[in-house]
Design a protein around this ligand. Structure first.
Ligand code: HEC
Length: 227
């Protein structure tokens, strides 16, 4: 996402903005970077998971340390999905077309907020209306709070396409609801190291992932068989 505070470096912290700590720093860039650093070097990110003793076959032995540093109320996070197309040479390309933007703003201080309470965060979602894009009317429209599943015919159904309530998956407090950090639905990484990234590496990771996906294998075979 474009960061007006730092036009030369457009997406240093594209996914996260802490509220400004100082009137000169309207976009909270320094505070965001300082928080991410504090989180990354926190000495004991995992502690043992008490419930593991009762269900060792079904529960992870470790969990996130409840003492992890928290970001303040007013922090905003975004997830921006951009369109990937197949170019005339049959290669995958990330386009500048934004298909959806999901936003969450932490209304209450995560240190005192209650897990699961709807009042903790405000949720927003903007989705591309392709008709409006082609009529040059912009095209991103605010969606209802709990959107119904909407995905292209060839897209695989995933947990993300079920139209669930945002709070079902982001209901924990502060950093524990930051799924990019907690790896919800995945396994705990050896190190939860989390640092700012840039647009180029995001695009590269996305395309690397898609190239390994079986749907891309099928589609490339279909394209080649028609040549
Ligand atoms: C089925 C579970 C699920 C639902 C429902 C869901 N999300 Fe997420 N969300 C995730 C996961 C998992 C990630 C991490 C994605 C990644 O690591 O690339 C994520 C990432 C995000 C992020 C990036 C910051 C972060 O937490 O990592 C935002 C912002 C976000 N979601 C907003 C929303 C909004 C708004 C809604 C409702 C319209 C929503 N999400 C519904 C699972 C969900």
């Amino acid at each position: 996402m474009f960061n007006p505070a730092d036009p030369a470096n457009p997406i240093v912290h594209g996914l996260m903005t802490l509220p400004a700590a100082h009137p000169d720093n309207t976009f909270g860039t320094d505070r965001t970077l300082a928080y991410l650093k504090e989180l990354a070097v926190f000495p004991e990110p995992y502690v043992s998971n008490d419930i593991y003793k009762s269900y060792p076959y079904a529960r992870p032995a470790l969990r996130f340390n409840p003492a992890l540093p928290q970001f303040p109320a007013g922090t905003q996070v975004a997830l921006v999905r951009r369109m990937v197309v197949v170019d005339s040479r049959g290669e995958l390309k990330v386009t500048p077309i934004t298909e959806s933007i999901q936003l969450r703003a932490y209304a209450l201080d995560p240190k005192t907020a209650q897990p699961g309470a709807l009042a903790n965060q405000d949720f927003y979602e903007l989705i591309l209306a392709p008709g409006e894009l082609f009529e040059r009317k912009g095209g991103l429209r605010a969606s209802a709070r709990m959107p119904a599943a909407r995905h292209p015919v060839f897209e695989k159904a995933t947990v993300f396409s079920q139209g669930n309530n945002c709070n079902n998956c982001h209901g924990d407090v502060g950093v524990f609801s930051l799924n990019t950090y907690t790896h919800l639905f995945g396994t705990l990484p050896n190190s939860p190291w989390f640092e700012p990234s840039d647009e180029k590496s995001q695009d590269r990771n996305t395309l690397d992932w898609k190239r390994r996906d079986y749907t891309w294998g099928l589609l490339s075979a279909l394209l080649q068989s028609n040549q």
